[in-house]
Design a protein around this ligand. Structure first.
Ligand code: MF3
Ligand code: CO
Ligand code: CO
Length: 254
């Protein structure tokens, strides 16, 4: 689970390129565009502009290059020409690129057209949940500290934390140990060590935390009550004195 200095160099490059892809797609996310078009723009950018492989494409049979999860969709939404963005939608775009064998995995929320206050608030608090989780990361801290920080902030705002999907170790493998739960108790779970890399990617729901997997496509995960869900994701490196956000965008500072 501990990356060597060559691994860390590779993960920094992959993380930066994944972040760049999210920065690139922002201007395209507006009413009238389909998620299929967003997928094509990202795919072409990832392959042709930055010389990477889109990790989701054909991963365990996933058919597209990014995930697009709208409104009540929790994660793993499949882009399609048939779903056209409309004002008031909220959408998570999840990008994972492979560069020189290393994975960079990151996602963010976009508000489409005019944002509704209850949706904006869910999206903002979910981003704060990610940031509070990240702030826990340092050698000697434990995975439960991350989950607890996220859970307290989500539930303190009367939201719920999705249980069935979690963050993950990442490197030459897309999803590796450890599992990073977004709920838990302080001072429990695996201790963090310098050189570990993992994602934190809380999925926070307006209503129940319960989810259902689409029987039709086998991928799309939705809230059982049909209410909104939001998610933000970064790939994190544990450093000597804390953390480095490998997928940091230029609008962010840590
Ligand atoms: N990027 C997702 C994650 O954060 C995984 C997507 S897997 C796919 O772990 F097959 F749905 F693309
Ligand atoms: Co991930
Ligand atoms: Co992801």
């Amino acid at each position: 689970m501990i990356k060597n200095s060559d691994d860390i160099k590779g993960m920094r490059v992959a993380g930066k390129l994944a972040a760049q892809t999210l920065e690139m797609i922002g201007e395209h996310v507006k009413p009238g565009i389909s998620t299929g078009e967003l997928d094509k723009i990202c795919h072409d950018y990832i392959v042709d502009e930055i010389g990477c492989i889109p990790a989701p494409l054909n991963y365990k049979g996933f058919p597209k290059s990014i995930c697009t999860s709208i409104n009540q969709v929790v994660c793993h939404g499949i882009p399609t020409e048939n779903r056209i963005l409309k004002s008031n939608d909220i959408i998570n775009i999840d990008v994972t690129v492979i560069k020189d064998g290393y994975h960079g995995d990151t996602s963010k929320m976009f508000m489409v057209g005019k944002a509704q206050p209850h949706a904006q608030r869910l999206v903002d608090i979910t981003q704060e949940c990610l940031y509070r989780g990240i702030e826990q990361v340092k050698p000697g801290a434990r995975l439960g500290d991350i989950g607890h920080a996220i859970q307290v902030h989500a539930e303190g705002n009367h939201y719920s934390v999705v249980r069935e999907y979690c963050g993950h170790g990442i490197g030459k493998v897309f999803h590796e140990d450890p599992q990073v739960l977004h709920y838990g108790q302080p001072n429990t779970g695996m201790s963090l060590q310098e050189g570990m890399c993992f994602t934190i990617e809380p999925m926070i729901n307006l209503g129940t935390y319960k989810t259902k997997l689409s029987k039709t496509d086998g991928w799309t995960v939705e809230t059982t009550d049909g209410r909104l869900s939001a998610q933000w994701e970064h790939t994190i490196l544990v450093t000597q004195d804390g953390f480095e956000v490998l997928t940091q965008r230029s609008e962010e500072s840590f």
